[in-house]
Design a protein around this ligand. Structure first.
Ligand code: AP5
Ligand code: ZN
Ligand code: ZN
Length: 214
C-alpha cells in the first residue's frame, strides 16, 4: 500500500507509523526525521533547513521534494510506503503526483489524524524520543520503564528542540494555513480517511487497521 499520514504536530503520526510499517512491510519516510538527521550531521541540506525548523516554519518545497524524490526510488520502497509529514503544501502534493505518475502508481489512502489543537500542547511538551530508532515516549501517556532511558537499548532519550509551547504555536499556524489545503486536495480524489486521533494509541491503531483492511 501507498499511504500518506497527515495531521498537526503531536497528532500521533510518528507513533502509529512503526506499527503500520511492521504490519504491512512498508518503508517509512518521515521528512521531519530525515531533516533532523541532516541538521545533526550538518550536511548542506541540514544547514539550509535548520532555521525554518527551529522557528516552527516549513522548509522550502524544493528541499523536501528533493529528499522524497531520492528516498522513494529505494528498492525497499517499491512495494509500498508510508509518507509521514509529506506532502505538507499543495505544491508538494502536486510534485508527488508527478513522481508517482512516472512510475505508474498512485496513493491508496490518506490517513487524516483529526484532533483539536487544545490537546496537542500536553502531548508535545511531554514527548521524549530515542533518536536512532525513532521510538517515541511520553512522560504521562507512554512513559519509558526508566525515566529518560529507551526501553530497548538503554540509551538516553532526548527532547526535540522545536517541542516548546512557543514553537508549537508556529507549527500549528503552518499546519492550518499550508497543510489543511492538502487534505482538501486529496478529499477531492476521494481517498481521505478521517481518524479520531484524540483516542488512546491502541484505539487509533485499531481505526487505522479497519481503514486499511477495507
Ligand atoms: P515533523 O517531524 O513532521 O513534525 P510535526 O509535523 O510537527 O509532527 P510531530 O512529529 O510533532 O507529531 P506526530 O504526529 O509525529 O506525533 P507523535 O506520534 O510523535 O516536522 C518537523 C519540522 O520539519 C517542521 O516543523 C518543518 O520545519 C520541517 N518539515 C518536515 N516535513 C516537512 C515538509 N514536508 N515540508 C516542509 N517542512 C517540513 O506524538 C506526539 C506525542 O504524543 C508523543 O509523546 C506520543 O507518545 C504521544 N501520543 C501519540 N499518540 C497519542 C495518543 N493517541 N494518546 C496520547 N498520547 C499520544
Ligand atoms: Zn512525527
Ligand atoms: Zn484549521
Amino acid at each position: 500500500k501507498r499511504l500518506i499520514l497527515i495531521g498537526p504536530p503531536g497528532s500521533g503520526k510518528g507513533t502509529q507509523s512503526p506499527i503500520i510499517k511492521d504490519e504491512y512491510c512498508l518503508c517509512h519516510l518521515a521528512t521531519g526525521d530525515m531533516l533532523r538527521a541532516a541538521v545533526a550531521a550538518k550536511t548542506p541540506l541540514g544547514i539550509k533547513a535548520k532555521e525554518a525548523m527551529d522557528a516552527g516554519q516549513l522548509v522550502s518545497d524544493d528541499l523536501v521534494v528533493g529528499i522524497i524524490d531520492e528516498a522513494i526510488k529505494k528498492p525497499s520502497c517499491q512495494k509500498g510506503f508510508i509518507l509521514d509529514g509529506f506532502p505538507r503544501t499543495v505544491v508538494q502534493a502536486e510534485k508527488l503526483d508527478e513522481m508517482l505518475e512516472k512510475k505508474g502508481v498512485k496513493v491508496d489512502k490518506v490517513l487524516n489524524f483529526a484532533i483539536d489543537d487544545a490537546i496537542l500542547e500536553e502531548r508535545i511538551t511531554g514527548r521524549w524520543i530515542h533518536p536512532s530508532s525513532g521510538r517515541t515516549y511520553h512522560t504521562k501517556f507512554a512513559p519509558p520503564r526508566v525515566p529518560g532511558v529507551d526501553d530497548v537499548t538503554g540509551e538516553p532519550l532526548i527532547q526535540r528542540k522545536d517541542d516548546t509551547s512557543a514553537v508549537l504555536k508556529s507549527r500549528l499556524e503552518a499546519f492550518h494555513k499550508q497543510t489543511e489545503p492538502v487534505i482538501d486536495y486529496y478529499s477531492k480524489k476521494g481517498i481521505v480517511a478521517n481518524l479520531a486521533a484524540k483516542k488512546p494509541p491502541k484505539e487509533v491503531t485499531a481505526e487505522v487497521e479497519k481503514v486499511l483492511s477495507s
